[in-house]
Each structure stands twice: as C-alpha cells, then as structure tokens.
Design a protein around this ligand. Sequence first.
Ligand SMILES: *[C@@H]1O[C@H](CO)[C@@H](O)[C@H](O)[C@H]1NC(C)=O
Ligand SMILES: *[C@@H]1O[C@H](CO)[C@@H](O)[C@H](O)[C@H]1NC(C)=O
Ligand SMILES: *[C@@H]1O[C@H](CO)[C@@H](O)[C@H](O)[C@H]1NC(C)=O
Ligand SMILES: *[C@@H]1O[C@H](CO)[C@@H](O)[C@H](O)[C@H]1NC(C)=O
Ligand SMILES: *[C@@H]1O[C@H](CO)[C@@H](O)[C@H](O)[C@H]1NC(C)=O
Ligand SMILES: *[C@@H]1O[C@H](CO)[C@@H](O)[C@H](O)[C@H]1NC(C)=O
Ligand SMILES: CC(=O)N[C@H]1CO[C@H](CO)[C@@H](O)[C@@H]1O
Length: 561
Amino acid sequence: MTRAFLAMRAVAVFVLLVLGLGQSAAASSLSSRLSRRRGSPKHRAALPDLYEASVIELQAGLEGGYFTSVDLVKAYFARIEEVNLQGPELRAVIETNPSALAQAAALDAERRATGPRSALHGIPVLVKDNIATLASEGMNTTAGSYSLLRSIVPDDAGVVKRLRAAGAIILGKANLSEFAHFRGNLASGWSGRGGQCTNAYFPHADPCGSSAGSGVSASIGLAAVTLGTETDGSITCPADRNNLVGIKPTVGLTSRAGVIPISEHQDTVGPLVRSVADAAIVLSIIAGPDPNDNFTLAQPVPVSNYALALDRNALQGKRIGVPRAVFLNDTITGNDPYVNEVFEQALATIASLGATVVDPANLPSAEAIAQSNNETVVLDTDFKIQLNAWYESLIENPSGVRSLAQLIQFDNDNPTLEEPQGYTDQSILIASEATTGFNATYYAALAADYYMGRTNGIDAALQMYDLDALLLPASGFTTTPPVPLGFYPQNVTIGLAGPETVYPAPGVPLGLSFLGTAYSEFDLVSYAYAYEQATHTRLARRAYAEAIPQTQLWDIIYGGI
Ligand SMILES: *[C@@H]1O[C@H](CO)[C@@H](O)[C@H](O)[C@H]1NC(C)=O
Ligand SMILES: *[C@@H]1O[C@H](CO)[C@@H](O)[C@H](O)[C@H]1NC(C)=O
Ligand SMILES: *[C@@H]1O[C@H](CO)[C@@H](O)[C@H](O)[C@H]1NC(C)=O
Ligand SMILES: *[C@@H]1O[C@H](CO)[C@@H](O)[C@H](O)[C@H]1NC(C)=O
Ligand SMILES: *[C@@H]1O[C@H](CO)[C@@H](O)[C@H](O)[C@H]1NC(C)=O
Ligand SMILES: *[C@@H]1O[C@H](CO)[C@@H](O)[C@H](O)[C@H]1NC(C)=O
Ligand SMILES: CC(=O)N[C@H]1CO[C@H](CO)[C@@H](O)[C@@H]1O
C-alpha cells in the first residue's frame, strides 16, 4: 500500500520535474490526493522519512500541502539537536541559521501566491562552514577556526546566491576539517570550533573530510541537501565514507567566490546527497558563470540540466576503463584489501549493464603521479596568497587576525581553543607561510600538475583506450562522482584514524567513482545513475541505532514541537 503510493508519487513527480514544476495534470491530481490524505490515520507512513527523503519527494509534499517549509526546518533543527548535541554527539553541524524559520515562512507564502521558483524552493540546505553567508543573517563563516569567529564577510558566496535565488533555505553550517584540512596532520573532521565530527555508521568512526559534517549530515537526514568543497578528496572521500552520492565538479563549473580558499587551481564546490537524482538537481542550480570567479567564465554555456542525464540505460554500449596501475595498488593507496574485493564485483555489475570494461586502462602518468610532490608546491604557495587576501577582505574580524602569519600566532596563543591535546599540528600552515610567492619552481609545478593529471593522465587514457569514462573505488582518490559501493564486513580489522576516531571499521561504507575529462559531468551523472538504480547499495545498510535521529515531520505537524 505505502510502496504503491510511493511508486506513484515518484512517477508523478518525475513529470513535474521535467515540466519545470508547473501545475501539470499530474501535479494537480497528486495534490488533491495529498490533501485528501491529510490527517488520515495512514498519514504518518505517507509522509517522507527524513532519513532518506529525496528532493523530489519533499518538493511533492510541499506542493501538495502535506507539510510546509517551516515544518521541514523545524524537523531538521530537531534532528540536528538530537544527534549533534545529545546522543552520540556526531558534531556534524557547527551552527544553525537563526533566520531560517522566517525565510521558510516567506517562501511558503510565496509558493502559495506564485508557485515554486525551482526544484529547491523551500528546501533546507546545509553548507560547509568555509562557504560564506552574510553575517546579517546570523551565522558565522569560519572554516572551523576561532580566528574567524564573528568576522564579517563582504558578501554571500556565489553558490549561496544561486541557492537563495532558487528559493533554497540555508539551514546551517556543517563542521569540517579545519581550513578544509589545510592546517596540519590532523584527524579528519576536527575543527577548533566544531570539535571531532564522527561517522554515523560505527561509533567514533572517521567521517573522512574535509567536508565531514556535510557528509555525516546528509547520511542521516539532518538536511535535505548539503554542500561540500574539495581541493583534493574533500567531497569524494566523505561521500565514500558516508554512503552518499557526491559530485566533485570540474574546477570552474561552480563558483568559488566567497569560499575560504586553499587554491584557485583546485578548489571546487559540489553536492553531498543521498541519490544521484538529488545531486543532479543541486548541480544544475549551483553550476554556472560568476563574474566574481573568473575560472567559471570558461565553462560551456548554457548550464546543463543534469536531471536530464538520469537514464538507467546510460551504460549500454559505453567503454569504461580501469586505471589499475598505482590506483588499485594497496601498497601505494593504503586501502584495505576489501576495497578491491567489492570493486571487482562492481566491474561485473557495470558489464552486466551493457558496458565494455576495458581493464587495464592505465594512466601513462600513473607512476609520476604517485611520486610527484608538485601539488604541495602549488597548494602551499596559493594558500598563503589567497588566505591572506581572505583575511584582508573581511569588513571586520574581532580576533584581529589579518594574515596567515597572525593565524599561526593566534592558534599558539589560544591553545585551549585551537590546540587541544591530539590536535596541535600546524605544519601545513607553517609550510605555506614559508613560501615566497609565484616563481619558476611554482609555475613548473603547476604545469607538471596539469600535464600529469589531465594531458598525460585522464585525457590520455580516455583517448588511448577510446573510453567514455574511468572507474575506481572512491577510497583514497579524488574522483567523481562517487556512488555507494559497499560496506566493510563485520570482521574487518579496526584501525586508528585519530585521537578520537577509528578506520576502517565494521559497516563503514565504501563508494565507487566515475571519472572523466573536464566538463563531462552530464555523462558521468548518467553512468552513476545507471549503476545506482541497478544496485541501490545505499539502502542496504543504515547508520547505527543511536546515530539515527527520530524526529519526523509527523511530530512537528501533530506533535506540537
Ligand atoms: C557567531 O557565533 C557566535 C558564537 O556562537 C554567536 O554569538 C554569533 O551570533 C554568531 N553569528 C555571527 C554573525 O556572529
Ligand atoms: C583571472 O584573473 C586574474 C587576474 O585578475 C588572472 O591573473 C587570471 O589569469 C584569470 N584566470 C582565468 C582562468 O581567466
Ligand atoms: C605496487 O606498488 C609497489 C610499490 O611501488 C610495487 O613494488 C608493486 O610491484 C606494485 N604492484 C603491482 C601489482 O604493480
Ligand atoms: C614535478 O613533476 C615533474 C614531472 O613529473 C617531476 O620531474 C618533478 O620531480 C616533480 N616535482 C616535484 C617537486 O615533485
Ligand atoms: C621558489 O620559491 C620557493 C619557496 O616558495 C623556493 O623553495 C624555491 O627555491 C623558489 N624557486 C626559485 C627558482 O627561486
Ligand atoms: C572475514 O570474513 C569473511 C567471510 O565472511 C572471510 O572471507 C574473510 O577472510 C574474513 N576476513 C578476516 C580479516 O578475517
Ligand atoms: C548547532 C550546534 O550543534 N552547535 C554546536 C557545535 O559544537 C559546539 C562545540 O563543539 C557546540 O558548542 C555548539 O552548540
């Protein structure tokens, strides 16, 4: 009964989405069915379970009058409170938006008057704490660092402007590895302000990072959608580790304006969500040119509607390559052997979906990538210049910090806040501070990175083997977009990941990544969708009991919360 209802709803809403959320025949029949059901005894089961709810389901419920965005914001706030501050203290969310309820009420009124602006109208989104939101709204933008507490940023981030224009509600800020893991040799998911974020699949497991809080929040439904950022692994690894779909977009597809930087050559903003369909919806809205980030001006226009890539037959007739050398060598990756075991099963699935698996399809540059330290040269140099510019751009910063050098001093001066036991290291900040700007060594390293990664790397392999995409386990690599692949077995040897965290651990998820050339997101999304629909691995396992928040929309609507 519920199952049939859900299937019908999915069909109806798919039409709704393709038609651009107009009042189609499907939508109005859906809405009368929903209002008839309101208040009936079957109502609770008919409301989407926020642990798994998709953007499409939530949008259908909002359109049908089943619940409002105010209900949704209240429900997510309650869920955050349950697991963040009480219970297992996952520390996934650093702060919530004091203006979110008022914004939700306004967006509910607008929906009643003129209908939804987009598929994200009235949908609550958590963003990583390195993505700027105007302080007047009430939230900080700190990358987890007390050095930025109560700082006043000049503007919303480019992606936040797009989300707001689409009618999305910024629900709060997600915890992260401080400065997107560009501070020192520290455990993933720890920041001075947020403390140690942990995984919801095993007590105290490493959530991976640096978009740790975004990943954990998405994994158990603390928001409908989350955004993360990646420089090297920071979206893909939390997607891998938290049973999620993530997209690491081509650098320059999504704006980095207003994102606390590491390097303009590698930083990128993307979704961490529970399904490929949600990832496609979010990417369609946050992608696009932004005059405040000139890298985005080189992207193909118009922006794709990635929702049109959701084709479950997309892998038929495609050639998918396996870059085995280096990237599947456990001695180099450090991966648990179990990762390769489930990856081999995924190859069989890909073949069964009509693709030709070309194996091996090695990157000519594989060995050079394994040995290269060029990335460090580029990132250390860029970070100092760009972080200094960030501090200088602030309208106010009560900590007084205005440069990387002063940040290092601030951390040393405030050990209780920023250097608690086990989390003292600042070696990356110190190495970056020691750089002296752009010179011949820097430019050579940058050119080597492009050559190894792109020209003689991914692009060379795609051409040599006539491939549509490459495939790898998401563990250990910065590939895109990951989809859920499997889970560590009960008998996996538990390892230490930090002073408070373990990895691997039983039941912790693993992801599968599709990689392609620049701006091939549309095709990659379609392959990931075909694999996801054939396997539905995410649904095979839930978080551990205490890490699953209990509050549902029903409790908000009828429970008087
Ligand atoms: C920032 O965080 C502080 C401390 O939690 C809080 O008092 C303040 O309201 C937050 N927002 C802004 C814009 O400073
Ligand atoms: C962006 O602008 C800067 C100077 O403002 C310039 O140095 C850089 O080459 C530009 N980058 C791109 C990708 O256009
Ligand atoms: C894996 O890497 C190690 C260390 O570089 C190397 O000795 C070994 O031959 C590699 N294994 C394979 C199968 O290539
Ligand atoms: C950068 O890459 C080039 C080309 O592979 C290599 O010769 C050089 O040793 C690398 N430099 C560093 C610092 O790793
Ligand atoms: C460039 O600067 C770095 C420090 O940022 C230094 O290690 C390197 O030797 C310099 N290269 C040249 C060619 O001066
Ligand atoms: C874990 O159990 C599986 C069977 O369920 C077995 O194949 C595997 O060898 C075991 N691994 C370890 C590390 O004991
Ligand atoms: C919204 C929220 O849960 N914020 C918490 C984040 O973590 C700090 C300390 O680690 C708490 O004080 C906040 O209340």
